[in-house]
Design a protein around this ligand. Sequence first.
Ligand code: PGA
Length: 254
Amino acid sequence: MRKKLVAGNWKMNKNLQEGIELTSEIINMVRDEVIGNVEVVICPPFIALSSLINLTQGQKNIKIGAQNCHQELSGAYTGEVSAAMLKSIGCQWTILGHSERRQYFGETNQLLAQKVNTALSQSLKVMYCCGETLEQRNNNEHFNIIENQVSEGLFHLSAEVMKNMVIAYEPVWAIGTGVTASTEQAQEIHAFIRDLLVEKYGNETAQSLRILYGGSVKPDNAVELFSQKDIDGGLIGGAALQSRSFTEIVKAAQ
Ligand code: PGA
């Protein structure tokens, strides 16, 4: 049985005070006994990580993660944050390869393979994102695109390491648009990703790894999405910025 995971990606939203307020509300609304079988990861901007890690100390099911980290451990990279720095503040997770990083910051699968290695070398857990654009889907290229993103970014890893990775399928056309992939479209890609994993790593590894869906997940579509066989939770953007909608989505994953 894969434990469901719901992660909130705040992107470049919330200042420190707002972040503390939102996280406090989430802690109060999502008690451990309510979400015993769901793992929650909140991914605020870098400046809030340390405070929110302190705030969630002792919360069994709520952890804090970064949205990105650099591929090198240190050096002359003005404005960047390294995996070693994240580790030093007790951060446990990082998102890598979000489509906004790919699109606006030119992150390629090759670069992401390096970032994955560096993050893992610091014992960070990684949520690796993949997903096609609308144009790619319309051209029927989505399976190829997803296969390349997953294989080039991750398939250098051993089966042992792979088991603990999390993959997030986020069709770019569904992110922040209010258009969700239908449950059939989402399940189809999740099953495709799991098949790729079976082929490369065998069934045991493929069945252990969690695959999240992201892209306009809301309280009213979460239950149906999360009930699909290969959908193991969600990566939530807009709806993670309010405690009520986020916690309703967490509850939908139970
Ligand atoms: P959204 O974002 O829920 O606002 O569509 C999802 C994401 O980008 O992770």
